[in-house]
Design a protein around this ligand. Structure first.
Ligand SMILES: Cc1ncc(C[n+]2csc(CCOP(=O)(O)OP(=O)(O)O)c2C)c(N)n1
Ligand SMILES: [Mg+2]
Length: 394
């Protein structure tokens, strides 16, 4: 299907691992051709390690160690390809599922784990140079698209792009989902980006579902075609093809850095797992649909490509071991973590002291002091207050 004349999709790597660029891929091939075998092995390593990490995090949530988990299983091709196409000086505005992108930018993904255990308000400091401008996770759907466009407008006002200096010219990439495209924030961000010709790429991971709402309800036309209405190029890619994701993002980010304006990528991919650990996808989607996407797994197809190229078993064993070590390290660290001082929850709500926060912090201190020792005895059947119909004051 991907290689028929009228197919708009950019695909380089077919599901069986053979390199068969679609007609639409031609324009982007030079970017793929720059990749070395080591680069491609790195793609495989990153996708595999983050898949293993994701499985571990899902297990940790089920074992009560995390309040929530947001799986990335299935979306590794879209994420790893695009993340490697972004230069260090560029800025990345993620949603909440971009664990592979975070890792590639140098964020310790344990900080994502801390976030969903309720130990930190933000997770990391995007100004820390170690994290190469990877901004904070954003749970308010689509709002990061406005942050990204605002930042890209700042780059424009500062003249920090289109100077011809490949090392310093900047652009922005923002990630969001198919469902987010229905948000006003995303619409406004695209209108502004096109009007101002900001240096940025809108990267839509179309994983086909917004919790239980299918993309066919969000959009009556393929999402990439919406870009035309804003006045920017829109490119649809096979998001489970890491090469397509890399090549297209690299080209569009280059164009943005060179002052050619914004663009949109629609990466066709699929969320294999649940929306989050609080969701049961068997309630709203068919197993056959999931299976059809499992057959197009981004990691399996890159493995087939590498094996066809003669990469030996030792490499795959090494990567599997690295994934296992990486996830056991996460498990070891979460079990050892200490809870923060409860008072710290009031510290960063406002930048300046705030009377309401002070009142709540004082109440908590007094409440804690009301216990005779540090040890709070677990409630027994007798000590438990009788349930009230209206839930009482708490
Ligand atoms: C403004 C806002 N509205 C609703 C929600 C609840 N919500 C959380 S995730 C989600 C679906 C998002 O779907 P999509 O953009 O496709 O991203 P995906 O989760 O599939 O990666 C919704 C509606 C929210 N977090 N923020
Ligand atoms: Mg989605």
């Amino acid at each position: 299907m991907a290689n028929t004349t009228h197919d708009p999709m950019v695909q380089l790597l077919a599901p069986d691992g053979s390199l068969v660029p679609s007609e639409r891929a031609e324009e982007f091939l030079p970017y793929f051709q720059q990749l070395t075998e080591d680069n491609i092995k790195r793609f495989f390593r990153d996708m595999s390690v983050i898949r293993r990490f994701d499985t571990e995090a899902t297990n940790l949530q089920r074992q009560g160690q995390l309040a929530l988990w947001i799986p990335s299983h299935g979306q590794e091709g879209a994420q790893v390809g695009s993340a490697h196409a972004v230069r260090p000086q560029d800025h990345i505005f993620p949603a909440y599922r971009e664990h592979a992108v975070a890792m590639i930018r140098g964020v310790d993904v344990f900080d994502i784990i801390r976030l969903v255990r309720g130990l930190t308000h933000g997770g990391w400091n995007p100004n820390d140079p170690r994290f190469r401008n990877f901004h904070l996770y954003t749970l308010v759907i689509g709002s990061q698209s406005l942050h990204a466009t605002g930042y890209a407008m700042g780059i424009k006002f500062d003249g920090a792009y289109a100077t011809g200096n490949y090392e310093t010219d900047q652009a922005v990439i923002v990630y969001f989902g198919d469902g987010a495209t229905s948000q006003g924030d995303v619409h406004e961000a695209m209108v502004f980006a096109a009007s101002q010709q900001t240096p940025q790429v809108f990267f839509v991971q179309n994983n086909h579902w917004a919790i239980s709402v299918p993309v066919s309800v969000q959009a009556r036309v393929p999402l990439y075609r919406r870009a035309d209405g804003y006045g920017m190029p829109g490119v649809q890619i096979d998001g489970n093809d890491v090469f397509a994701s890399y090549a297209v993002t690299a080209k569009l980010m280059d164009d943005a850095r060179q002052g050619k304006g914004p663009a949109m990528v629609e990466a066709h991919t699929y969320r294999i797992g649940a929306h989050t650990s609080s969701d049961d996808p068997t309630k709203y989607r068919e197993d056959s649909e999931v299976e059809s996407w499992v057959a197009r797994d981004p990691i399996v197809r890159l493995e087939a490509y590498l094996r066809n190229k003669g990469v030996e078993q030792a490499f795959f064993d090494e990567v599997a071991q690295e994934g296992a070590d990486f996830s056991s390290d996460i498990r070891r660290r979460i079990v050892a973590v200490e809870n923060p001082d409860p008072a710290s929850m009031f510290a960063h709500v406002y930048s300046d002291p705030h009377p309401l926060m002070e009142e709540q912090a004082a109440w908590l201190t007094a409440y804690e002091a009301s216990f005779p020792t540090d040890e709070v005895a677990p409630p027994t059947a007798e000590s438990e207050p009788a349930a009230t119909v209206d839930g009482g004051d708490a």
